[in-house]
Design a protein around this ligand. Structure first.
Ligand code: ATP
Length: 293
């Protein structure tokens, strides 16, 4: 399904309807950096190649004692399914996604992938199979080749160029006099926000993980760039178990399933059409978007 390729009119209005949480946006890298306690269990084994059957079973979690964010959450995502998480700021969408790569430890319940508790897998083997696309793109000073190959060290040029093509980055590379050898960063070419995002997407194509977490951008790029990125993301999600943290309803209409996450848990779930017909929380969010637009 073409989840991400959507016209972008009216989406800014939706963002405005979500109050800004005090925590605001935190990058997954930040999360990793602030969580030194998580380590391999003594009995942890490298995960086998995963199909991506994700299950949260009775999961409870909070960042501070006495302030639970998730209570007894149950969620099953089939291999290849795209599930979009929508809902008010602070409801726990990012938190749900942060638990899957084990940036935090569940307090109760468990998370399994293909039936294996993620605590039984080594962290490296778990995280190697979860691609994360977020707003903040981590680039280092070096060539475009090196920056894409960060997704799979040792990848050859053919694989790198194929990933770039699928990420809609190939025309940019072709236009640069030094192609893949073009240096970026401080002393090299400065990439635009949209180009950086496509570079990040190219990395994940190269990484080829069975599971994907997409933290959708809160602000729109120009329409042309946005369309290229949405197309690339739709292609990236195809065949992978995908969790989308959605800030804009317009981009997730074609998700296999939409979950409305509130402080009380999953309030509602279903397809876009089914949720509109149910005339509940999602329909209200959608109505607010239409009106605001
Ligand atoms: P948004 O749409 O704004 O991204 P969200 O639905 O993703 O919101 P979370 O970011 O998961 O919500 O936040 C859920 C709750 O946990 C909020 O009350 C938030 O303030 C709190 N929270 C999130 N991250 C942390 C953290 N690192 N430390 C303490 N509290 C946190």
């Amino acid at each position: 399904v073409n989840v991400f390729y959507r016209p972008l009119e009216k989406i800014n209005a939706v963002i405005e309807t979500y109050p800004k949480g005090i925590a605001g946006f935190r990058s997954f890298l930040d999360l990793m950096a602030t969580e030194p306690d998580i380590a391999d269990a003594p009995e942890a084994r490298p995960a086998p190649p995963l199909a991506g059957h994700v299950r949260f079973e009775g999961v409870s979690f909070g960042y501070t004692p006495g302030r639970p964010v998730l209570r007894d959450l149950d969620l099953a995502v089939a291999p290849g399914e795209t599930v979009a998480l929508v809902g008010p700021s602070g409801a726990g969408k990012t938190t749900i996604c942060s638990l899957l790569p084990r940036f935090y430890e569940v307090e109760a319940g468990r998370i399994t992938i293909d039936g294996i508790d993620i605590r039984q897998m080594t962290l490296a083997s778990l995280r190697q199979q979860i691609g994360i696309v977020q707003q903040d793109v981590f680039l280092f000073a070096g060539s475009i080749r090196q920056n894409i190959a960060y997704g799979r060290l040792g990848a050859d040029d053919a694989a790198i160029l194929q990933a770039a093509r699928r990420a809609r980055l190939d025309t940019l590379i072709a236009d640069l006099p030094e192609g893949l050898d073009t240096l970026i960063g401080e002393r090299g070419v400065k990439l635009s926000g949209g180009q950086k995002q496509r570079l990040a997407i190219a990395r994940i194509f190269l990484m080829n993980p069975p599971i994907l977490i997409l933290d959708e951008a809160t602000s729109a790029l120009d329409t042309e760039t946005e369309r290229a990125i949405q197309q690339a993301l739709a292609e990236l999600a195809r065949g992978r178990t995908t969790l989308v943290i959605a800030h804009r309803l317009a981009t997730i209409r074609d998700a296999d399933r939409i979950l409305v996450v509130t402080e009380r848990g999953i309030a509602e779930q279903g397809s876009h059409a089914a949720l509109l017909a149910a005339d509940g929380a999602y329909a209200r969010l959608h109505g607010a978007q239409m009106q605001a637009g």
